[in-house]
Design a protein around this ligand. Structure first.
Ligand SMILES: Cc1cc2nc3c(=O)[nH]c(=O)nc-3n(C[C@H](O)[C@H](O)[C@H](O)COP(=O)(O)OP(=O)(O)OC[C@H]3O[C@@H](n4cnc5c(N)ncnc54)[C@H](O)[C@@H]3O)c2cc1C
Length: 427
């Protein structure tokens, strides 16, 4: 009996439960990855992000032969079923909104072709549905940590049949690019990252103090179990961050309406200003607040952004410019290498104080944040080198000091009192 194993966000051969499960039941497996043209179009995927995906697939292809095909999921599966004649198709369970829709499509194509469809649980340390419904992170974490399952599962030996289907090499992709993130670095990064210093350093965007493993997690280059085990006993804070990821999936599972709607019902009718000139200035990194603009530049240049900066720019867009969080969510979707629909939506809502784990009105004052987390302006000057000669205290506070730079598009203090009124009116 021959089976297809469809890789999605689990691009590794080792410690891959889906592949392991399939290999215990089938001697012949057809490993498959689909570059789904609809997903690529919807994500507005640019070259940098595709290069990472190609490289992750190249790494996987160095471990096992993988057929890589382009087209719609339906077109590709039809061709594979016709050529390979499998009895089963295995893939991982999805808990994201778009992933669930896609799995439904895959299942119905399988059913139409008499192929048995099997989903295997992977990509989480705890099943999102196994924890009694929680709306706040801390009680979620208390339950989550008790349930973490670290059993590793490697695939048994299986044969990959020779089929007239393309592999990555046949797609003729040029992998050369100077991007800062490479899937092949995931292993060394995990091995050498100083988890003991994570809590102390993780908030300073100029320092390489967070793990930068998010793309490795997003594409499944590393298993979550291997990451958890490496951090265990060295940084409880880091383990808590892994739980944040799963908290957002728990929220999405229990409150599926939060894909489009604010988690907090009372905050569903905020009258966002959505002024086009503010949105444009934000997208183009010319808000006049160096810390915010540096963040946007990092995001666009590296396709990754430090967590502290995600909070600062997210708060600035929603609470200072009074722009709908959905516009920020789309912007991150377009740029982030580690873009994850569920995590991004959860965090944008959290930052805008409309989501789960609520506080009445979270504030990230860009002036105080810059003073506290970029005290020497190393981060600002790295991404806005044209400001290198300006004294740091001036760069922190563009309201107080006139800078030879974009004039601040708004006065933070005035805007924040408008925002507070707007939120208070809805409370
Ligand atoms: C507005 C906003 C949008 C975000 N969008 C995304 C997104 O699309 N994809 C994404 O992976 N992360 C997102 N995050 C969460 C977080 O910023 C990134 O996971 C983190 O910066 C990645 O860098 P790192 O791997 O060095 O993280 P580390 O600090 O080293 O953390 C380790 C891992 O824990 C997880 N993690 C850390 N913080 C969070 C968090 N707040 N929520 C959920 N998981 C977390 C990630 O998987 C991360 O790789 C967002 C945060 C904000 C405020």
């Amino acid at each position: 009996m021959r089976a297809v194993y469809l890789f999605k966000r689990d691009l590794r051969a080792r410690d891959n439960r889906g592949l392991a499960y399939a290999s215990k039941r089938h001697k012949e497996i057809v490993p498959l990855f689909i570059f789904d043209k609809d997903i690529i179009r919807d994500l507005k995927v640019d070259k940098k992000r595709l290069v990472y995906l190609y490289k992750a697939l190249a790494l996987l292809s160095s471990q096992i032969k993988v057929y890589c095909m382009q087209g719609s999921t339906e077109e590709v599966l039809k061709e594979v079923f016709k050529t390979a004649k499998p009895t089963h198709l295995y893939t991982t369970t999805s808990y994201s909104w778009s992933g669930r829709e896609r799995n439904k499509v895959i299942k119905s194509i399988c059913q139409a072709h008499g192929v048995e469809y099997v989903e295997v649980f992977e990509n989480f340390l705890v099943r999102p549905e196994s924890i009694p419904q929680k709306k706040v992170y801390t009680p979620f974490y208390t339950e989550w940590i008790k349930r973490v399952d670290l059993t590793e599962e490697d695939p048994q030996d299986f044969k990959v049949p020779d089929l007239p289907l393309p592999t990555l090499k046949d797609l003729n992709i040029d992998f050369d690019s100077p991007e800062p993130f490479h899937p092949e670095d995931c292993f060394e990064r995990l091995r050498s990252f100083p988890f003991e210093r994570y809590e102390e350093l993780r908030n300073y965007p100029a320092i390489d103090g967070s793990s930068r493993l998010s793309p490795c997690i997003r594409f499944g280059v590393l298993s979550l179990r291997s990451i958890f085990k490496t951090a265990q006993g060295r940084s409880e804070q880091f383990i808590k961050e892994l739980a944040w990821r799963e908290f957002w999936y728990h929220i999405a599972y229990n409150f599926p309406q939060t894909k489009d709607l604010e988690f907090q019902e009372k905050r569903r009718n905020i009258r966002w200003e959505n002024r086009q000139e503010y949105i444009q200035a934000f997208f183009e990194a010319r808000t006049g607040y160096p810390i915010v603009d540096a963040g946007i530049r990092q995001l666009k240049e590296e396709k990754w952004l430090h967590n502290r900066m995600r909070m600062i720019v997210g708060s600035f867009l929603t609470k200072v410019l009074l722009v709908d969080w959905r516009i920020g969510e789309e912007f991150f979707k377009e740029h982030l290498l580690d873009y994850d629909e569920v995590v991004n939506i959860g965090n944008w809502q959290w930052t805008a104080s409309v989501g789960a784990d609520p506080k009445p009105f979270r504030l990230f004052n860009p002036i105080l944040q810059a003073q506290r987390y970029d005290p020497q302006c190393e981060y600002i000057k790295r991404y806005i080198p044209e400001l290198s000669d300006i004294p740091c205290e001036k760069l922190h506070d563009p309201i107080r000091y006139a800078l030879p730079y974009h004039k601040p598009i708004v006065n933070y203090y005035q805007r924040i009192s408008i925002a507070k009124e707007l939120y208070r009116a809805l409370s």
